[in-house]
Design a protein around this ligand. Structure first.
Ligand SMILES: NC(=O)c1ccc[n+]([C@@H]2O[C@H](COP(=O)([O-])OP(=O)(O)OC[C@H]3O[C@@H](n4cnc5c(N)ncnc54)[C@H](O)[C@@H]3O)[C@@H](O)[C@H]2O)c1
Length: 342
């Protein structure tokens, strides 16, 4: 039996999840709910994408509120809250709207599970593959956060180093592509309930003309998954850059044990050989960010920049923050289905 899905919000992450889930025979997307009221525009934005190109199996509108391509027929709804949607035929919700909902409200919805594509410390569990997937239990976890793109990329690497060398302290800088909530030209501040306004004055500046320094929730998101990786251990900051997708993280760690460069490279090579999911990819080629676009591996260690001095380890990590992250959301869904069945 296919798992019947409601996809809430079909923006950058929703579309990447949609396209990767459409090709999976275990899932059926029954409803897309989107506050954009124009079905024509939703279809258009699925079929044409400046970052990833045209979608080959194009959707068209059929009947009044349905879109269809060669494999799927999906109902489009236009509600601002999940409680207005008829969920009778829905097993799981993927919420990629970014809307912060009351957790008890989400728990009351008549579905088996709700996957949130953002970190959430009130969720029943935050999952990052390569860090804590063994803890996922469909019998007790209903609200499941799939964390953030940065934490998804970073935490498997931090966990590995911490287990082998014990991290004493460190710092990370995420170099992150621009996001839909930023301004094209200078405008008013970009606010959010979870970030303070002062910090977001910078995010109101032109995203195409600037490298914008910003706070990042990356280490907090890591701590929701592994509490020992937290802000008392690792400091963090972010630079928003004018590229469409693919982020990088500059990582500096001080560890209890000394390391050599070869040792660290071999750690990641061993991880790559034995991993259950496409997480670590070791890169030695002279590549740039766009070469990692649409890459499913999300912890790409660029060993041209791996280095050590005594107790210090330096890493450069690449990840596609949209497609790559969405591929992990889909892997988590597949894993959820497998363990629920088993
Ligand atoms: N873009 C990234 O790099 C990235 C990576 C990982 C996680 N995320 C997270 O995924 C979520 C979505 O991010 P995005 O970049 O796709 O944003 P986006 O703005 O591109 O897309 C959000 C979509 O949700 C729709 N929407 C908003 N409120 C809604 C509601 N109440 N009901 C239904 N639809 C609604 C919007 O119209 C829009 O189409 C956020 O929580 C974000 O933090 C983003």
């Amino acid at each position: 039996m296919k798992i019947k899905v409601l996809l809430n919000g079909v923006g950058r992450i929703g579309k990447a999840v949609l396209k990767q889930l459409l090709t999976n025979k275990d899932f059926e997307i029954v409803i897309i709910n989107e506050i954009n009221p124009y079905v024509e525009n939703i279809v258009y934005s699925i079929n044409y994408d400046s970052t990833y190109g045209k979608y080959d199996d194009k959707f068209r509108i059929v009947e009044e509120d349905y879109i269809q391509n060669s494999t799927s027929k999906i109902k489009i709804t236009n509600f601002d809250s999940l409680n207005k949607i008829d969920l009778t035929n829905i097993d799981i919700i993927i919420d990629s709207s970014g809307k912060k909902e009351d957790i008890n409200f989400l728990k009351s919805l008549p579905v088996n599970a709700i996957f949130l594509t953002h970190p959430n410390n009130e969720a029943d569990i935050n999952i990052i593959l390569g860090a804590n997937e063994e803890e996922l239990n469909p019998k007790i976890h209903k609200i499941i956060s799939t964390s953030s793109c940065n934490a998804t990329a970073l935490l498997p690497a931090l966990k590995l180093i911490n287990e082998k060398k014990e991290i004493l302290c460190g710092d990370i800088v995420t170099i992150h592509p621009l996001l839909n909530h930023q301004r094209v030209l200078d405008g008013s501040f970009v606010g959010s309930a979870t970030r303070n306004v002062d910090c977001n004055f910078e995010l109101g500046r032109s995203s195409t003309q600037n490298i914008i320094p910003n706070k990042t929730t990356t280490i907090n998101a890591c701590s929701y998954v592994l509490p020992n990786i937290n802000q008392n251990l690792i400091t963090s900051s972010s630079l928003r850059v004018p590229t469409d997708t693919v982020g990088a993280i500059n990582v500096t760690l001080f560890t209890k044990e000394k390391s050599t460069k070869e040792e660290i490279i071999n750690l990641f090579k061993d991880f790559e050989k034995t991993q259950k999911f496409p997480i670590v990819l070791n890169n030695f080629e002279p590549l740039v960010s766009s070469d990692f676009k649409k890459e499913n591996f999300t912890t790409i260690i660029d060993h041209r920049y791996t280095n050590t001095i005594n107790n210090m380890i330096k890493l450069l990590v690449w990840y596609d923050n949209e497609w790559g992250y969405a591929s992990k959301v889909v892997e988590i869904l597949k894993y959820y289905k497998d363990i629920k069945k088993g």
